[in-house]
Design a protein around this ligand. Structure first.
Ligand SMILES: C[S@@+](CC[C@H](N)C(=O)[O-])C[C@H]1O[C@@H](n2cnc3c(N)ncnc32)[C@H](O)[C@@H]1O
Length: 357
């Protein structure tokens, strides 16, 4: 019998050395922070920055993909939950009921991170697919070798931060408040001045539940406080002192508007040509630069003028540039000094071309 027992193999950390870096600067940065009225960008780990930023209405996350896409990215999706968790924990500290998160990744990268997002209170809304089209692979894929269909997509998943009142999820709180009044469910229809929709939509305990629009919330609230058991008043109060207004209620969910005709499939070629930020000689600075039009679309859909957008993984600050053009306030950080330098050059060029009025 062989007496030698092999020591168990140590868990190896996945490599995090980025591949495909095209440009590297060795000079020290002259500035590691830059700001104007709408934008603040820093060079450094965003985990150290979040506490200095204003609360976000929208977070655009375009970080690790598990493909060694940049130095610090993991070599496969298995490392991504650990990579993202400190960021997601921080986002949840500063998010409000109005905050939307757009989570860019590969399909499998997103699947790996989804449970962490759920754990910290982010609720899935929709997965959007960016289809770069066949031009992206240009017929160059050896499918006999890779044994799968060639990939031409990335996804951008919409999450909202779960709204709660006194630690109770919003829907349960609303239904619970109505129950507390002692009024029958169907009295909600009388309250809202409709035949049967209110009880069915706003007090539904399942997936048919609808967020009452602020004017309907005000009607429910006013009726409850007038006709509900006197000893339970105030009803529908967020601070426990006075009933919530329609305006307060309206701020209990994330903003969203969809331009006519936009669906969850975004047909758009990969970034090329003039928009790709390059050094003299034509080398692209960052292989993961995202198209401005897609960034603009998601930010415009989920924020209003002057709202705050976070871009935790700046790269060349595409979400920040899009935010600035839309008149939103952006906070971003980039950990890699080379990318920060060129990202800042891009912002400065933007400021010259499009000064704030
Ligand atoms: C996928 S790229 C983002 C590209 C960007 N969306 C654009 O359009 O240019 C991710 C970037 O996040 C940066 N990064 C990674 N970890 C970071 C961290 N903890 N804090 C700040 N930046 C980080 C990487 O250096 C990389 O440039």
């Amino acid at each position: 019998m062989n007496e030698t027992v092999k020591a168990p193999k140590k868990m190896e950390r996945t490599s995090t050395v980025g591949r495909g870096r095209a440009v590297k600067r060795t000079e020290a940065l002259e500035q590691s922070i830059w700001e104007d009225e709408l934008v603040r960008v820093t060079c450094g780990d965003s985990v150290e920055q979040y506490r200095h930023w204003e609360r976000p209405t929208c977070i655009v996350s375009d970080g690790g993909y598990g493909v060694l896409g940049f130095e610090g990215d993991t070599s496969d999706h298995l490392g991504l939950p650990e990579w993202y968790e400190p960021h997601i924990a921080e986002w949840s500290k500063y998010a409000t009921a109005e905050t939307t998160l757009w989570f860019w990744n590969s399909e499998i990268g997103w699947a790996a991170v989804h449970p962490i997002l759920e754990k910290y209170g982010w609720r899935y809304v929709n997965a959007n697919t960016w289809n770069k089209g066949k031009g992206h692979i240009a017929g160059n894929v050896n499918t006999a070798k890779i044994r799968r269909f060639p990939v031409t997509t990335e996804i951008c998943v919409q999450y909202v931060f779960e709204a709660r009142v006194s630690d109770t999820p919003l829907r349960e709180w609303l239904i619970g408040e109505w129950a507390r009044t002692g009024l029958p469910r169907k009295a909600a229809n009388t309250a809202c001045g409709v035949k049967d929709a209110a009880a069915r939509k706003y007090l539904d305990k399942g997936h048919l539940w609808y967020f009452p629009p602020p004017e309907m919330f005000e009607k429910l609230q006013a009726y409850a406080n007038e006709h509900g058991k006197p000893e339970g008043r105030p009803y529908f109060s967020i601070d426990g002192k006075r009933p919530a207004t329609g305006e307060q209620w309206g701020r209990m969910r994330a903003k969203f508007r969809c331009p006519y005709g936009v669906t969850n499939v975004w047909e758009r070629p990969a970034l090329r040509g003039k928009e790709r930020f390059s050094v003299p000689g034509g080398k692209a600075v960052h292989l993961n630069q995202k198209p401005l039009d897609l960034m603009t679309q998601i930010i415009a859909a989920s924020t209003d003028s002057n709202d705050v957008v976070w871009e935790p993984f700046g790269g060349l600050f595409s979400a920040t540039v899009a935010s600035r053009r839309l008149g939103r306030r952006a906070f971003s950080s980039e950990i890699d000094p080379t990318y920060f330098y060129y990202g800042l050059e891009r912002i400065k060029a933007e400021v010259l071309q499009r000064p704030l009025l």
